[in-house]
Write a protein that binds this ligand. Structure first.
Ligand code: NAP
Length: 299
């Protein structure tokens, strides 16, 4: 059986096409959506993510601010920068790239964000809005991107058994909350490091969403024939054949599982591009909400 490859790059382009219309409409009314991305320190993957976000903002014609702060930045200094961005009228979305250096209390930084500008959806108010099914809140970008991938692929979610591997606040937990919402109506099982008989639970799933950060953890014995598999994992594994000395692989053993799955995302090129697309979508939503303009399309 040939699985359907879920092309995250192509679906992200469709999202951008929709967003461009909305950006034009907002600009015509004098509002340019603005995103500030704050990076503390010089962690190479974080630097690459921040560059990619800044580049996408510019390509879409958004106002983009990239704040690169030294690894020795104190909590007080970072809070002061967040406060400036909270008050900056040109900025509608603020993201502090994770993970920050150890002297930074990340939870306190998130609480200091203006929740109306919390486009990552990590502020307690936005977490509550997700649980309350209040659409004015912001949903974290990666689970939002996974949902869009499933919808674009035409996978029926109502009543489907979905297994989410991982319960982090960034991916697993918001993913489960989104999928069980009224109107989406999946039946969700969440798996974590204390779960017993993981492969057995996974084999009952119509959809598996893997977000545990363990290379190639999901193998054929986890997957029922025809199931949909969304691989959120991004893991660096040694690769002597590559110039960089490593390659990126997902939490799913793509080579074997793709022979069995009905549809599957690749890594890279699956969930990753959707995360950035949803960040742009959330920034435009923040601009629309802050400026009280109506959307031209749902976003
Ligand atoms: P995380 O915070 O480390 O959480 C991992 C989760 O997986 C935890 O809930 C943990 O359980 C569970 N887990 C770990 N090992 C397990 C095992 N052997 N069996 C069952 N459960 C296990 O990770 P994260 O931030 O959610 O990220 C997960 C992966 O997604 C990483 O590879 C990350 O790089 C990737 N990611 C990708 C994107 C993207 O845009 N594509 C975005 C975010 C993250 P406990 O709670 O019990 O510890």
């Amino acid at each position: 059986m040939m699985p359907k490859l879920i092309d995250g790059r192509a679906i992200a382009e469709r999202v951008y096409a929709e967003l461009r219309d909305e950006i034009v409409s907002l600009k015509s009314r004098g509002a340019t959506p603005g995103l500030a991305v704050v990076l503390v320190g010089d962690d190479p993957p974080s630097r690459a993510y921040v560059r990619a976000k800044d580049k996408t903002c510019r390509e879409l014609g958004l106002h983009s601010v990239k704040l690169e702060l030294s690894a020795t930045t104190t909590q007080a200094e970072l809070l002061a920068r967040v406060d400036e961005l909270n008050r900056d009228e040109k900025i509608h979305g603020i993201l502090v790239q994770s993970p920050p250096p150890p002297q930074i209390d990340e939870a306190a930084i998130i609480r200091a964000l203006d929740p109306r500008k919390d486009v990552d959806g990590f502020h307690p108010l936005n977490v509550a809005k997700l649980a309350l099914e209040d659409d004015t809140g912001f949903v974290p970008c990666t689970p939002l991107g996974c949902l869009r991938l499933l919808r674009e692929t035409g996978i029926a979610l109502s009543g489907a058994n979905v297994v989410v591997l991982g319960r982090s606040m960034i991916v697993g937990k918001p993913m489960a909350l989104l999928l069980m919402r009224k109107g989406i109506d999946a039946t969700v099982t969440v798996i974590h490091s204390r779960t017993r008989n993981i492969s057995e639970s996974c084999r009952r799933a119509d959809v598996i969403i893997a977000a545990i950060g363990r290379p190639h953890f999901v193998r054929t014995e986890f997957v029922r024939e025809g199931a949909t598999v969304i691989d959120v994992g991004i893991n660096r594994v040694e690769d002597a054949g590559s110039e960089r000395g490593y390659k990126l692989v997902g939490d799913v053993d793509f080579e074997s599982v793709s022979k069995l799955a009905g549809a599957i995302t690749p890594v890279p090129g699956g969930v990753g591009p959707m995360t950035i697309a949803m960040l742009m979508s959330n920034t435009i939503k923040a601009c629309r909400q802050i400026t009280s303009f109506q959307a031209t399309k749902s976003g």
